[in-house]
Design a binder for this molecule. Structure first.
Ligand SMILES: Nc1ncnc2c1ncn2[C@@H]1O[C@H](COP(=O)(O)OP(=O)(O)OP(=O)(O)O)[C@@H](O)[C@H]1O
Ligand SMILES: [Mg+2]
Length: 248
């Protein structure tokens, strides 16, 4: 099982939108996908509610053995629950528990996608220690960019100390608007400084993306003409993300 962690301590940058679309994308390609929602806001769990496993994410931090019935569809959700808030304040040893619980489920799945909350705390650390790849959605605006250096340092710290195999796939610009001078400028400033840390792609700002997430489908399944381009663009970006993971 290859595990993608979608992480950025900045809120509202598109972690959940991208995590859910990555899950749908891999599932449509015929893979068995486990989606883990570590954010008690549970937005992604709503989008994927048709695929509930009956297991909640806080159970992954508990040593009680888990068994997941193989879902017929091939897409399995471990949904966020209120208990995740207590997990954030638990002892560090639950990080190892999370790792071994995921490892025990690994033989049943090809991929795991972990959506995280916008806090660099215990749950995000656990996800980064258990994961293979980390992808960081970003928004090209001042405050979002300010946090980038500290985020990269934090990922590198985890890699050095606990998970040498962790690969940083890069920062993925989301909600891109080609007509925004501020965004263009931000990209121009960011590129020379962080070129090797940025996925060479952008997900444009498209209202069809939130509409689709509210309906529990990927944007390329939304039956309206405005979603057609959005779907194509999103798939092309996800293709590139998978290619980057395979070439690392
Ligand atoms: N490319 C996009 N175009 C339009 N809307 C988008 C796009 N990406 C995300 N959104 C919308 O922006 C909002 C925030 O996105 P999302 O919930 O994915 O961010 P997040 O990083 O998961 O937030 P949080 O940190 O709170 O978990 C949502 O309403 C989502 O549907
Ligand atoms: Mg989210």
């Amino acid at each position: 099982m290859k595990t993608f962690v979608i992480a950025n301590q900045k809120g509202g940058v598109g972690k959940t939108a991208i995590a859910c679309h990555l899950t749908f994308f891999l599932h449509e390609r015929g893979y068995k996908v486990l989606h883990v929602d570590l954010d008690p806001q549970a937005n992604g769990s709503k989008t994927l509610s048709a695929h509930k496993s009956g297991i909640t994410a806080s159970q992954l931090f508990n040593a009680e053995p888990l068994s997941i019935a193989q879902s017929k569809s091939g897409l399995t959700l471990i949904e966020a629950d209120a208990g995740l808030t207590q997990v954030e304040r638990a002892e560090n040893k639950v990080i190892a528990t999370f790792h071994s619980q995921l490892a025990a489920l690994a033989p049943q799945f090809d991929y795991c996608v972990i959506d995280t909350a916008p806090t660099f705390g215990l749950r995000m650390t656990a996800a980064l220690i258990a994961g293979n790849f980390v992808l960081s959605p970003i928004e090209l605006e001042g405050y979002s960019i300010d946090g980038i250096t500290s985020m990269i340092k934090a990922f590198q710290g985890i890699k050095q100390k606990y998970n040498p195999g962790l690969k940083f796939l890069g920062m993925l610009p989301n909600r891109y608007s080609a007509v925004s001078p501020a965004q263009k400028l931000a990209l121009k400033e960011l590129l020379p400084k962080y070129a090797s840390y940025i996925v060479p792609a952008k997900i444009p700002m498209r209202s069809a993306i939130s509409e689709a997430l509210n309906l529990g489908v990927p944007v390329w399944r939304l039956d309206k003409s405005s979603a057609r381009d959005a779907g194509k663009e999103f798939k092309a970006v996800l293709d590139l993300v998978i290619q980057r993971s395979e070439s690392q």
